[in-house]
Design a protein around this ligand. Structure first.
Ligand SMILES: Nc1nc2c(ncn2[C@@H]2O[C@H](COP(=O)(O)OP(=O)(O)OP(=O)(O)O)[C@@H](O)[C@H]2O)c(=O)[nH]1
Length: 374
């Protein structure tokens, strides 16, 4: 019997229970601009994971090779469908500080042309694109420059591997290569980057949201402040205003998440632009100590510390999770067993700790750049 089109549709409606669904109807990976409507649609169900299971690029599979690091237990790969924890990381910061550049490196979609431009053009442009620094001084040529650029054997003809020294070293090893592509046009301005990374031998899925717009609606800003499991506040070391803005963002975040201990890393980006620097490392570190967050300087142009940053955010999330669980367990145990003597000791301990605030401040300033401790 021949079915006409209408019959076929009706037939599909009445499919038997044993008939498998078409897989392709549900598979959906695409570059994903996130606008308010998307978020509004996604948030009421409280299910952001549905929204973010996307990657920033899909044509071809080569880009999905792992982002390899030298450390054997720390490999960044993409597109894993394993059921490891999914963490939402929000990038905050002024215009032009390098949020997108950092996110794209994380997503494995960094643009070598940008890196070359930044490296080679740093001297001509001073503070690179968007930075408000009036300084016209030169910067250092970056490893994004031709000197260190390498072509990966695995890359298709138009792809080229950017040359971060440590990552390039891994490029020669089988199964440990980093491939990057030039496809500026595929990515919309606001985006999410979803990758699985193995840190300290354990996999975690990160969804990095590069959707923050300083002048955007209050609604979206509020949601950005509320939906993250962790935050990366970026400023440019060549732009004092962006540094001040970072402090404001930290305050805003504290207000929005008053009772929560969320991991926050303050990032001084564009550290390659040495001659146009307006914010010193010490200023960045001091700010992190005051605002009780971690601190790292990066250069998206040189890919310097970018891997450490994203691994650090995973470690910070895990440390909090672990300490929460430990605390709950310890509290339950101590409440059950604690003698009066022990209670008194704990009380005195708290008083001593208060008096030792100065010491604590010193200890913090020492550890604020160590992203693997609380
Ligand atoms: N020299 C140098 N330039 C950088 C670095 N990171 C980003 N840039 C350049 O700075 C400019 C702005 O970078 P983006 O990544 O678009 O900054 P953004 O914070 O996402 O900016 P908005 O999208 O406007 O919020 C671009 O021209 C980048 O190439 C860096 O580490 N060093």
């Amino acid at each position: 019997m021949t079915l006409n089109r209408g019959d076929k549709l009706r037939y599909l409606d009445k499919r038997r229970g044993s008939m498998p669904f078409s897989v392709h109807q549900h598979l959906h990976r695409r570059s994903m601009p996130v606008d308010e409507r998307d978020l509004r649609a996604a948030l009421p169900q409280g299910e952001l994971s549905g929204l973010v299971r996307c990657t920033s690029y899909s044509p071809g599979e080569a880009h999905r090779e792992s982002w390899a690091s030298d450390s054997s237990d720390s490999v960044i790969s993409s597109g894993s469908d394993s059921d490891s924890s999914l963490y939402k990381v929000i990038l905050l910061g002024e215009h032009g500080v390098g949020k997108t550049s950092l996110a794209r490196i994380f997503g494995g979609v960094e643009d070598c042309a940008d890196a070359e431009e930044a490296g080679e053009g740093a001297g001509r442009r001073g503070a690179a694109g968007g930075s408000r620094s009036p300084a016209g001084g030169g910067g250092l040529p970056g490893p994004g420059s031709r000197r260190s650029e390498r072509r990966s054997a695995a890359a298709p003809p138009r792809a080229s591997a950017c040359g971060h020294p440590s990552l390039s070293r891994a490029a020669g090893r089988p199964g440990r290569r980093r491939v990057s592509f030039i496809f500026r046009t595929f990515l919309p301005a606001g985006n999410t980057y979803d990758r699985s990374i193995v840190v300290d031998g354990e996999e975690a899925s990160l969804v990095v949201f590069d959707i923050w717009e300083q002048d955007d609606s209050q609604w979206l800003q509020n949601h950005c402040m509320k939906m993250g499991d962790a935050y990366i506040i970026v400023y440019s070391v060549t732009d004092k205003v962006s540094f001040e803005k970072a402090s404001e963002l930290r305050i805003q975040l504290r207000r929005a998440r008053q009772t929560e201990d969320i991991p926050i890393i303050l990032v001084g980006n564009k550290s390659d632009l040495v001659r146009s620097r307006e914010v010193s490392v010490d200023e960045g570190r001091a700010c992190a100590v005051v605002f009780d967050c971690k601190f790292i300087e990066t250069s998206a142009a040189l890919h310097h510390n970018v891997k450490d940053l994203f691994e650090g955010i995973v470690r910070q999330i895990r440390l909090r999770k672990d300490s929460k669980e430990d605390n709950a367990r310890r509290m339950a145990n101590t409440k059950r067993r604690e003698s009066i003597g022990k209670k008194a000791k704990r009380f005195l301990g708290k008083i001593v700790a208060k008096n030792n605030k100065k010491m604590a401040f010193k200890a913090k300033s020492k550890s604020c750049h160590d992203l693997s401790v609380l």
